[in-house]
Design a protein around this ligand. Structure first.
Ligand SMILES: *[C@@H]1O[C@H](CO)[C@@H](O)[C@H](O)[C@H]1NC(C)=O
Length: 394
């Protein structure tokens, strides 16, 4: 009897350890869409005006980290019992989940809202939360419910008792976007109000097979609302990623932050230890102004101050953008760091000067880097693993 019981417990233990392959949806970032429509310059000016007019509000908002216009990779989740569906940004550069709520003002029009009264597993928390973005804030109150990664029609990863934000107001530039909320995948220490993020909550409850998740971002060009890669929670992704080249210890478990020791493109190179973060929520690569200018120069790209972007002829021969991490050099191919924004023969260098005001990371390795290399977020051992993406066109 006792052995049967132990065997049963062991069996249940095995069954409860989960792996989920969460398919992503890609659509061009608002930033690239605005560039395509010739509206990006005006938007940049608008954001600068907001910053200048409200210095206290924006003082602690690093430019471009967590900037709304940068999101490209979305995923389906459900919240509650029975499940209510949402399309959210899967963002490794932040750590809170929020979706629109029933008391949301006009800013949420057109989006699905979470109706807690229709969920039998909902528990109110009620504490207020607020997150500042580049062009306004999102705010609301907290609640707790089952959050499941994946769409209700697919295999899901349910995480019971997950605390999340129910928005009563969302940032202005969220309104026009297909995404309904943001799901942050970074550490609790980065989360506003230190609310435990959904995936960390899953790990804390022993729901995942291994305390890791692997990100494979597909290169999609300008196609929209198409499959865009896979997040694998609880395991490596051996289908879309090659063998791990190396692991790099996290220097800070807030963001997925580590040290990179050099950057090189053509005739330009710099060797220096930099704090960098991997961030699926940033569509470009951000770095110190002088270094970005050096890289752009080596590429023959010219800076346009009105929209703070680097333009170059699409046809120029380009080498790889090389990033040294530990004892390895990771080479990003032009297909991943040059964006054709539909301006004839003119393309954009997917990089921006990023001022961290002397604190936090000084580089953001955004989607161009992650499309080239699968990123293994080893939360248990606080390290990042990098593996080649097996997508043919990268
Ligand atoms: C994911 O959500 C989008 C938007 O609501 C929907 O069109 C799509 O069918 C969903 N995917 C799945 C697999 O249900």
């Amino acid at each position: 009897m006792r052995t049967t019981f132990i065997a049963l417990v062991a069996l249940l233990g095995l069954c409860s350890a989960a792996v989920l392959q969460h398919k992503l949806i890609f659509r061009e970032s608002q930033k690239i869409q605005m560039m395509r429509r010739g509206e990006w310059g005006a938007y940049v000016q608008h954001k600068e005006a907001l910053r200048d007019a409200n210095p206290a509000v924006y003082a602690n908002v690093p430019q471009n980290v967590n900037d709304y216009g940068d999101f490209e990779y979305l995923g389906n989740i459900t919240i509650g019992t029975p499940p209510q569906p949402f399309l959210v940004v899967l963002d490794t550069g932040s750590a809170n989940l929020w979706v629109p709520g029933p008391n949301c003002d006009g800013s949420c029009v057109g989006k699905r809202i979470f109706d807690s009264q229709k969920s039998t597993t909902f528990q109110i928390d009620g504490k207020p939360w607020s997150i500042q973005y580049g062009s306004g804030n999102a705010k609301g109150y907290l609640g707790q419910d089952t959050v499941a990664f994946g769409a209700a029609t697919e295999k899901q990863l349910p995480v019971p008792k997950t605390t999340f934000g129910i928005a009563t107001h969302i940032s202005a530039d969220f309104k026009s976007d297909a995404a309904e909320g943001i799901l942050g995948l970074a550490f609790t220490s980065l989360a506003v109000d230190h609310v435990v993020p959904p995936l960390i909550n899953a790990i804390n409850q022993g729901i995942l097979d291994q305390p890791i998740f692997t990100v494979w971002l597909e290169h999609k060009g300008s196609a929209n609302n198409v499959g865009g890669g896979v997040f694998t929670y609880g395991a490596l992704d051996t289908t879309n990623c090659g063998d791990i080249i190396a692991y790099q210890p996290l220097s800070s478990a807030t963001y997925y932050q580590f040290v990179a020791s050099g950057f090189k493109l053509g005739s330009y190179s710099i060797t220096k230890n930099y704090q960098v973060i991997s961030d699926t929520g940033t569509s470009f690569i951000g770095g110190p102004k002088a270094v970005i200018a050096g890289l752009a120069d080596a590429l023959g790209a010219t800076y346009h101050s009105d929209d703070q972007s680097y333009y170059l002829p699409c046809a120029t021969a380009k080498g790889t953008l090389d990033v040294t991490i530990g004892s390895n050099v990771y080479s990003i191919k032009p297909v991943n760091y040059i964006v054709d924004v539909g301006m004839g023969d003119t393309c954009i260098f997917a990089a921006f000067a990023f001022n961290n005001f002397g604190f936090g990371p000084s580089w953001i390795l955004g989607d161009p880097f992650i499309r080239q290399y699968c990123n293994v977020h080893d939360i248990g051992q606080q390290r990042m693993g990098f593996a080649p993406s097996l997508q043919a066109s990268t």
